[in-house]
Design a protein around this ligand. Structure first.
Ligand SMILES: O=C(O)CCC(=O)/C=C/C=C(\O)C(=O)O
Ligand SMILES: [Fe+2]
Length: 313
């Protein structure tokens, strides 16, 4: 088996605002099982698709997609901080291959990443530096957003390249499903936040980082009490999306309209494009079959929380 697909929601709220113990245990069990499957697969390389939340990518220059040859996690919300182990040459070759395939991707020799990248590496592999990781950013919050089709084509191009390497590749999609946590938006931001979104947020003072973290925690507590304080989770949309990913009929998503997704499932639901890209990369290795699936709306995490594993065959 040359590739294994693991899609997993992330949440910065874990450990800050948690659901009831039995739900926490259920999720921990899902992660443990995913981790065991990965250990058995014994990957030599990881392809990780993740969004960012205005911690590494800003409106001074916002690419739709970016591949890193070096990446450092900032350690927000208590996630791990430090360098990822990135195979620089492979990342650069992968970027060239993607460009040759007709998908224009940015390249970063100094990528700054947040919990979107760090959390799956910690949960699934036990740390940031356990295995070589090609980090791929997909803009999922800063309009204008890339389309579902472009995310699929990005994933397909990367999968084609990795399939040629003759390595065991773990492909991870980090984020989703329906959710709309409080993330500032440029048109409605005050002057200070606007400046942060334009790039000064790259190096946030500790006090402001703390305030920002607390703001999200407060919002989660309010959301638990009243799910109309933010856009409500949409389990029906999530189940539909999971079914499409599991079926492998990814081109079905090409027609999905970004505005409809924001309206129906929440503005951060675009993070599921990491799943689309990851599944498309997996499909480039050959037909895949779903191995495991989990879904539960978890208001404490402001998330339709899900996981999906697929293997070749
Ligand atoms: O306060 C901010 O600017 C950012 C808040 C933030 O990072 C929230 C992130 C939420 C998720 O990553 C998620 O639910 O997927
Ligand atoms: Fe996120």
């Amino acid at each position: 088996m040359k590739a294994l697909l693991q899609c997993l929601s992330h949440t910065p709220l874990v450990g800050h605002v948690d659901p009831e113990q039995y739900i926490l245990e259920e999720v921990n069990n899902v992660i443990d099982e995913a981790r065991k499957r990965i250990e058995t697969f014994d990957p030599e390389l990881v392809l990780l698709f993740s969004p960012d939340h205005y911690n590494g990518f800003f409106y001074d220059i916002m690419p739709s997609f970016c591949i890193g040859t070096h990446a450092r996690a900032i350690g927000d919300f208590g996630t791990a901080a430090g360098e990822l182990t990135v195979p620089a040459e492979l990342s650069e070759q992968a970027a060239q291959h993607v460009m040759n395939a007709g998908v224009d991707v940015a390249l970063s020799h100094r990528m700054q990443v947040d919990h979107g990248f760090a959390q799956p590496l910690e949960f699934l592999l036990g740390g940031l530096d356990k295995l070589p990781v090609i980090p791929v950013f997909i803009n999922s919050v800063a309009v204008p957003l890339p389309s579902f089709q472009r995310a699929r084509l990005l994933g397909d191009a990367l999968g084609q390249y990795l399939a040629s390497l003759n390595k065991r590749v773990l492909i991870i999609g980090s984020g989703g499903l329906s959710h709309q946590p409080p993330i500032p938006e440029l048109p409605t931001a005050n002057e200070h936040i606007k400046d942060r979104l334009l790039g000064s947020g790259r190096d946030l003072p500790a006090e402001e980082r703390k305030a920002r973290t607390n703001r999200v925690i407060d919002a989660a507590r309010k959301f638990v009490d009243d799910q109309n304080t933010l856009r409500p989770l949409n389990a029906e949309w999530d189940q539909w999306f999971l079914e499409v990913i599991a079926s492998g009929n990814l081109a079905e998503l090409d027609q999905v309209n970004n505005q409809d997704v924001s309206d129906q499932a929440g503005k951060s639901t675009h993070e599921v494009k990491t799943w689309v890209a990851a599944a498309a990369a997996m499909a480039a290795f050959g037909q895949y079959t779903e191995q495991a699936r989990y879904y539960r709306p978890i208001p404490e995490w402001i998330a339709g929380y899900g996981a999906l594993t697929a293997a070749q065959g």
